[in-house]
Design a protein around this ligand. Structure first.
Ligand code: ACM
Ligand code: ZN
Length: 552
């Protein structure tokens, strides 16, 4: 019933509107009320000699064809090289502005803050111009144009004259995806990235390994992914004790990872890989049981199975075994080779210390290092990893547990157990990513009685809750607040086994977080956001994206 009513009202939605999500910072319609007609076959022009601008133009053409059936022709302007100013005379002009020129030269707009993502989109008698000081900025403007046009097609689209000036509030705008509890195909990861780009998100946090499966190919240890990715069976329901009896597996080859990194780069999205350590490691322990702890009597605790159910395993990497760090370094060597991201996630969450307490190797290591608490063993591993990654020019991110034993100044803390860890980290002058469960865990239900997922993780995070997040806690001083890089939503997948379901969990909560990530706090307005949402939902229907259509 409700679905039908959303559909019928959607029929009247197909018109150009600059009320997009996330809403740009400044939208100034021309007083004249005139409009520019963007016709089928019109050109999208960009200065020649710049591959990223060529890619931007191609992507804009692809988007408008898919979204609205409007066919535009990308065209490099060979007369004006990338160094010179804009090509003229096109229906849509993509233009790079010299960042050093700022206001000093003619033709360079006064707008443009220091943000490399600031863009200006103007529609006037000569057509549409999207300009910024970087290719990335132009890409953000392309997404705004695309959403403004929405699904409106036909022979021509009438774009009211306007000047839009925009830039994001936060430099880090993340989305996390757990592809370890369940494996998702490469094509779906690309679609996930498309949807992120549509919302101006720029960091894809890719959770690659778990107790339930190791999904990253390590060439020097081929059996790790081959065997470690496969669990023999999977529990049904919420750990109901009944199993499906079906082997379940899948992993990403390095070639596929590189393909995804390259795909993301075209969308100006950075891919942050996570190999979760020292807990959540049964995928690896199944293949290399010698990396686990010993029992109190000195016998090996393994063998281990790739876990067929959900929860937090007490079986973790042995902190006292030198082979553990050797193993991790080999894994991270290949990870860093495949993923150019400056940011690398080492996990660090939910690591029980029961095994370490009884393991002779771990206890000997504590003695050697003069440690008094098992928790300090995790700090020891974190610091080793931190040093190792720093030497490669990378920056470590850890879940907020990693803060407990102290981290190097450079490391970034991802605050998930509420805001507390983030506040403490910012006060210690660590950079922080805010992803507190109560606002950001989009594996939680979005409807109180969600029949689409009768069995799920629990929790309740409706769109309005996500929207209400303020990532910079009031307790922080202005100076401390600078350490908050931005917010992220997390999609864990114990109970999300298929691409359609993942998309359903994401949309439209991604819309809500995108306004938190992008818009100044004072401009956020839940009711206005809800009024903007139906045009986005219309686009999702057109593109075949599943979403939660009912809002509470
Ligand atoms: C987490 O949700 N265990 C980071
Ligand atoms: Zn041990």
């Amino acid at each position: 019933m409700l679905f039908a009513s959303v559909l019928s009202c959607a029929a009247s939605l197909a018109q150009v509107s600059y009320d997009v999500i996330p809403l740009p910072r400044s939208v100034r319609p021309a007083a004249s009320g005139e409009a520019f007609s963007l016709v089928q076959g019109a050109t999208v022009t960009y200065a020649s000699g710049n591959d990223q601008m060529a890619s931007n133009a191609r992507l804009l053409a692809e988007y408008l064809k898919l979204d609205a059936g409007l066919e535009l022709t990308p065209k490099a302007d060979v007369k004006r090289s990338a160094k010179k100013n804009a090509p003229l005379g096109a229906a849509v002009t993509l233009r790079l502005v010299d960042p050093n020129a700022k206001t000093t030269k003619k033709n360079v707009p006064a707008f443009f803050s220091d943000s490399p993502e600031a863009y200006r989109l103007t529609v006037g008698a000569e057509g549409v111009t999207i300009e910024g000081t970087t290719e990335e900025a132009v890409f953000r403007g392309i997404q705004t144009l695309r959403k403004a046009i929405g699904t409106q097609g036909g022979e021509a689209v009438s774009l009211p004259f306007v000047t839009i000036e925009d830039e994001p509030r936060f430099t880090y705008r993340g989305v996390h995806f757990d592809t370890a509890r369940h494996y998702f195909p490469v094509d779906f990861i690309k679609q996930f990235l498309d949807v992120m780009a549509l919302h101006g998100c720029n960091q894809f946090h890719w959770h690659l390994t778990e107790d339930q499966g190791w999904r990253f190919e390590v060439k020097s240890m081929p059996e790790l992914a081959k065997k470690g990715s496969v669990r023999k069976t999977t529990v049904l329901g919420c750990n109901a004790g009944i199993y499906d009896g079906q082997p379940y597996g899948g992993y990403y080859t390095q070639q596929e990872c590189r393909e995804i990194v390259a795909y993301a780069a075209k969308l100006f999205i950075n891919v942050i890989p996570e190999i979760d350590l020292p807990g959540h490691m049964l995928g690896a322990l199944h293949v290399f049981p010698e990396l686990g702890c010993q029992n109190a009597d000195g016998t090996e605790h393994g063998p281990y199975e790739v876990w067929p159910h959900w929860g937090v395993s007490h079986d973790v990497l042995c902190a006292g075994n030198p082979k553990t760090l050797d193993f991790l370094k080999r894994v991270y060597d290949e990870l860093c080779d495949v993923f150019p991201s400056k940011l690398i996630h080492i996990g660090g969450d939910e690591c029980p210390r029961n095994r370490w307490k009884q393991c002779p190797r771990c206890q000997a290591k504590m003695k050697e290092l003069g440690l008094t608490r098992e928790a300090e063993l995790q700090t020891y591993i974190n610091k080793e990893m931190d040093r190792y990654l720093s030497a490669k020019g990378r920056t470590l991110i850890g879940w907020d547990e990693t803060l407990e034993g102290g981290l190097s100044e450079n490391a970034i803390v991802m605050s998930w157990r509420g805001m507390k860890g983030g506040i403490e980290a910012a006060r210690q002058h660590h950079r922080v990513i805010m992803t507190p469960t109560d606002w950001c865990y989009i594996d939680y239900y979005q409807l109180k009685n969600d029949r689409a997922q009768p069995q799920g993780i629990g929790g309740y995070v409706p769109v309005s809750k996500v929207y209400s997040l303020e990532p910079v806690p009031e307790e922080l001083s202005d100076e401390e607040a600078q350490y908050i890089l931005g917010p992220q939503v997390n999609l864990w997948t114990e109970y999300v086994g298929y691409p359609e379901h993942a998309m359903y969990m994401l949309l439209p909560r991604l819309d809500a977080i995108s306004e938190v990530q992008w818009m100044p706090k004072e401009q956020k307005d839940l009711e206005a956001f809800k009024a903007r949402l139906p045009r986005m939902l219309e686009l999702y229907r057109k593109l075949g994206y599943k979403y939660c259509y009912k809002q509470e």
